[in-house]
Design a protein around this ligand. Structure first.
Ligand code: PGA
Length: 251
């Protein structure tokens, strides 16, 4: 909530959600249309299976849809994969790449993440690029160096600043209920802001989200600092009521 950048509140549903849960997206849509998120941009990233129907229901509303991953290829013989072009066709306007659950659980390297980010941009999607250190890296005093190396190696070339979003998600804060202090967040976000500004023209306009155990009770503490331009919310985005209680920070 700073820098005159429009905050982005993105919900990452991960591998959760069946057709019946589209009722939550309906509720998010009505609440956002009624002003529940103030000036913030709200995006929900459901699993692939719900994307088309969610996008149909949110058409013409202020709520955008995103996906959680994409292939690097536009189409072809890649069994089980989904391309960024298909996501766009299904109604997505965003794609998350490089989430730590994909980096760790699917062995995604920085180079692959960069190629996925480039694929998202190629297809006309906005890209949310996730970065974050593990607990061991933080304990060893390597948090900034780890995140800097990930940024260096996974940031796509030639992205318009408005179409690229960075999500700082310390791995140890994801789904654990443990969060960094506002001071830790300020240090990392300030560091990322300086790096982005040095690294490319318009880098000061790239939004930097915080993610990891954001809840209604801690949202004001975690999201109000300088260079925190929104949040990537996992568990607390599954229920409209909780997600919109977080959005209240932006009213
Ligand atoms: P969490 O997940 O809010 O459930 O910690 C955040 C994320 O993984 O994007």
């Amino acid at each position: 909530m700073s820098d005159n950048l429009r905050p982005l509140l993105a919900g990452n549903w991960k591998m959760n959600g069946r057709l019946a849960d589209l009722a939550e997206i309906d509720a998010i849509r009505s609440r956002v249309a009624a002003g529940a998120a103030g000036q913030a941009q709200v995006v929900v990233c459901p699993p692939f299976t719900l994307l088309t129907e969610a996008a149909r229901r949110c058409g013409g509303s202020p709520v955008g849809l995103g996906a959680q991953d994409c292939s690097t290829a536009p189409c072809g013989a890649y069994t089980g994969d989904i391309s960024a072009e298909m996501l766009k066709d299904a109604g997505a306007s965003f794609v998350i790449v490089g989430h730590s659950e994909r980096r760790a659980g699917h062995g995604e390297s920085d180079a692959l993440v960069r190629a996925k980010a480039a694929a998202g941009l190629r297809a006309g999607l906005n890209v949310i690029l996730c970065l974050g250190e593990t607990q061991a890296q933080r304990s060893a005093g390597e948090a900034l160096a780890t995140v800097a190396a990930q940024l260096e190696a996974s940031l796509p070339e030639e992205a318009a600043p408005e179409r690229l979003v960075i999500a700082y998600e310390p791995v140890w804060a994801i789904g654990t209920g443990i969060t960094p202090t506002p001071t830790d967040i300020a240090e990392m976000h300030g560091f990322l802001r300086r790096r982005l500004a040095e690294r490319r023209a318009g880098g000061e306009r790239i939004r930097i989200l915080y993610g990891g155990s954001v809840k209604p009770a801690n949202a004001a503490d975690l999201l109000n600092g300088a260079d925190v331009n929104g949040a990537l919310v996992g568990g607390a985005s599954l229920k409209a009521e909780e997600f919109m209680a977080i959005a209240a920070v932006y009213r």
